[in-house]
Design a protein around this ligand. Structure first.
Ligand code: ADP
Ligand code: MG
Length: 303
């Protein structure tokens, strides 16, 4: 996935497209996260991102079929399911990251505060600033810790009062400040894997996104570093809307309010298509799922 991020960065720098303003996020205050599982009543907080019958094709292959789901404000939504069922593909539709894959084509509607994210007047760079992404493998730039965090505000021309304060705030937000405050000029690549991933989170939040997409952000980390990122996710959910892909069901149960279970089904022609089976409150999905296929998967009966 590093190449996607690099592609994005290059486009960010090279972009001379006009910025399209997307409707500002509502001032609605949702309750805070802290315990896994949603205690929201029916409906829950408003959807920030909404997928409506979204299919993604790679060339002729329909990799994911007709996915409809809301991503609710200041909640953590986990996407789970077996490898190849389209979790990363669906995640990438939410900030137009699939634009960077030449063979990928998205149908259906992805909206952000009701606005079609794929409308011609929408600038994908602005979309990715509002809806940031953290990848599986930590991918800091070969620059200082400070410059990694300052990078986004600088290239996007963001107005920040004082860059030192801004960098500190982002590093505090990513629970990394105390570990790096004495060495902001050293190279981000010299940090441990877990610290690098938190640096990438700091880099993402430095441009003040509303939504953070995370694609298996802990799969390259040891259990202690994983625990720190999971704790951090609870804090981040007080301010951000988070979508996390994880192959680890325990992790989904620990960190998320809502869980979406995807599977891959083989059609009559022998072609595999990913499909959303069930989206539910996390507690409910893991204890009393509505769909037999979900139950088979979470109880390990899945083939
Ligand atoms: P998951 O993240 O659930 O493991 P993916 O979204 O990576 O699943 O993949 C879903 C399907 O799309 C798989 O069949 C995969 O081979 C295919 N796919 C993913 N990325 C690409 C790509 N860049 N080009 C072609 N096919 C792809
Ligand atoms: Mg994936």
């Amino acid at each position: 996935m590093g190449n996607l991020q690099e592609g994005l960065d290059m486009i960010s720098i090279a972009s001379d497209r006009p910025t399209v303003r997307i409707a500002a996020p509502g001032a609605d205050r949702a309750g805070h996260a802290g315990t896994a599982g949603s205690t929201d009543g029916p409906g829950g907080p408003p959807a920030v991102v909404e997928l409506d019958r979204v299919s993604v094709f790679y060339g002729d292959h329909e990799a994911v079929r007709e996915t409809s789901m809301p991503i609710r404000q200041r909640r953590v939504t986990a996407l789970i399911g077996p490898s190849g069922c389209g979790k990363s593909t669906i995640l990438r539709t939410m900030n137009r990251m699939n634009d960077l894959i030449p063979s990928a084509r998205v149908t259906g509607r992805v909206s952000y505060h009701g606005q079609d994210l794929y409308a011609p007047e929408v600038d994908p760079i602005e979309v990715r600033r509002r809806i940031g992404m953290v990848f599986q493998k930590p991918n800091p730039f070969p620059k200082s810790i400070y410059d990694n965090v300052a990078y986004g505000p600088r290239v996007t021309g963001m107005k920040v009062g004082n860059m030192d304060d801004h960098v500190e705030q982002a590093l505090r937000g990513a629970a990394l400040w105390d570990e790096v405050k004495g060495k902001l000029r050293s190279n981000g690549l010299a940090l441990s894997g877990g610290q690098q991933q938190r640096l990438c989170i700091a880099r993402t939040i430095a441009v003040r996104p509303e939504v953070i997409l995370m694609d298996e952000p802990c799969s390259a980390l040891d259990p202690i570093a994983t625990g720190r990122i999971e704790e951090l996710m609870h804090e981040l959910a007080q301010h951000y809307t988070i979508v996390i892909v994880t192959h680890n069901m325990q992790q989904a149960a620990r960190v998320s309010h809502y869980t979406a279970f995807f599977t891959a089904e083989v059609d009559a022609a022998g072609v595999r298509h990913g499909k959303l089976v069930e989206l539910n409150d996390t507690g409910k999905l893991f204890t009393d799922p509505d769909d037999k296929r979900t139950e088979d998967y979470i109880t390990g009966r899945f083939g």
